[in-house]
Design a protein around this ligand. Structure first.
Ligand code: ADP
Length: 394
């Protein structure tokens, strides 16, 4: 069974093609286009590449296309992307202005191009369905809560992958299996050993920290929207809600302009004034740029704040995991985040940390009670697996 997973950005289309046999998933092809001007053509070109590579004869060979959809009103989990789900996504465009509109446009174009192929979305909020109610609730009036103002949590596909893979690496097949089956049985699979506690740090263009107990999330630093929690590349991260009326009144900004600045001019770019890429910011900081240095310090501070929260929530941790662009590739930031944590049982091995880039590896010292791991994430595989499961259930 062949499943295409399409990753849609406002001007990019990236994909991975998976083939499922009875026992395993194989990635057959990966590719993508940046700076896409004509999305319909990009979809055609993608199918053309898959045909040219001999993986499909035509779209009839694709059992489904899976998407890592972000958020929708009243919808989570893994679902068929019919018109009512697309309208539910539209209803939350205001929460995810950088993510939902391009996804909706892209999915509609896929539907037009291949009307007979099931289009399936795994929502980024899905992993947090079983988080404790107290971790999902903002202290707002009931009517706001009912309107959807709650901590949804995001990066669900990535943190779910980390839940599965970290359990495997820690020799806990029972927890890995429980995590894999989570969307099927809501965590009914038994755990045979001690509770497994993992703090997962997805640090990249957008960043979040999740606490994971026995393969299921207890919470995520992203709340109502993918603009909260840690500062992101150009999106704000946590902010006191009263900042918005303050800048509207004192700087005379319109609500549209406030939204634009929170989504495009804030985060690491806003603080540093240099770039939204951590590599440029590190270069500038090394050259003495004080704002760039401050952006890195704020990022490290926020990471430690959220890691600390989940260490408390989980009563310690068996593993601390780094993943995504920054987590996998920036040893200096991992070192800064893990500095002075020996009393919490977290101690890096500087040599292992330095040499682990874009690969799986253990980077804690032999003394460290908490294992610190680098695990390259594989969100597309999680989407493909759940897509396949939904097809089989239906
Ligand atoms: P996104 O969240 O958009 O998928 P990524 O996970 O690729 O983004 O993370 C982007 C960030 O990670 C950037 O700040 C970038 O500097 C950093 N990064 C990504 N890949 C590398 C790499 N190979 N080496 C160093 N830094 C990287």
């Amino acid at each position: 069974m062949k499943i295409l997973v399409a990753n849609i950005g406002s001007t990019s289309l990236k994909w991975r093609l998976f083939d499922f046999s009875a026992t395993a998933a194989t990635m057959l092809h990966k590719g993508g286009y940046e700076r896409v001007a004509d999305y319909a053509k990009a979809i055609d070109d993608c199918l053309g590449e898959l045909k040219a590579a001999g993986h499909i004869r035509g779209e009839q060979d694709l059992a489904a296309v899976g998407f890592k959809t972000v958020v929708a009103r009243g919808v989570s989990g893994c679902v068929r992307l019919n018109d009512s789900v697309l309208r539910a996504m539209e209803a939350y465009n205001a929460i995810a202005p950088a993510h939902n509109p391009p996804y909706i446009t892209g999915i509609r174009l896929f539907a037009k191009r291949m009307p007979a192929t099931p289009l399936i979305g795994l929502f980024e909020t899905a992993f947090y369905q079983w988080a404790p109610e107290a971790a999902q609730r903002y202290a707002v009036p009931e009517s706001w809560h009912e309107a959807g103002v709650r901590r949804w949590g995001f990066h669900g596909a990535s943190h779910k992958f980390i839940a599965e893979r970290s359990a495997e690496l820690l020799g806990r097949q029972d927890v890995a299996e429980r995590a894999r089956r989570l969307y099927v049985d809501g965590g009914a699979s038994p755990v045979t050993g001690a509770p497994l506690r993992v703090v997962s740090c997805h640090l990249g263009g957008s960043s979040s920290v999740s606490g994971i107990l026995n393969g299921a999330a207890v919470g995520n630093s992203l709340g109502l929207s993918p603009q909260s929690g840690l500062p992101h590349n150009n999106r704000v991260g946590d902010l006191d809600s009263f900042a918005i009326p303050l800048v509207m009144r004192t700087l005379g900004l319109s609500l549209d302009e406030v939204e634009r600045q929170l989504c495009k001019e804030s985060g690491l770019k806003g603080i540093s004034g240099v770039s939204n890429d951590i590599r440029d910011i590190q270069t500038a900081a090394a050259g003495g740029n004080a704002r760039a240095k401050l952006a890195l310090d704020v990022f490290v501070h926020a990471s430690r704040h959220w890691i600390g929260g989940y260490l408390m929530e989980l009563n310690g941790a068996d593993a601390l995991v780094f993943t995504a662009g920054i987590g996998e590739n920036r040893p200096e930031l991992r070192a800064a985040i893990c500095e002075r944590l020996d009393q919490l049982g977290i101690e890096l091995d500087p040599v292992a940390n330095e040499k682990t880039r874009a690969t799986e590896g253990l980077i804690s010292s032999a003394r460290s009670k908490v294992k610190v791991l680098v695990i390259p994430t594989n969100e597309e595989l999680v989407v493909a697996r759940e897509t396949r499961r939904l097809l089989e259930r239906q």
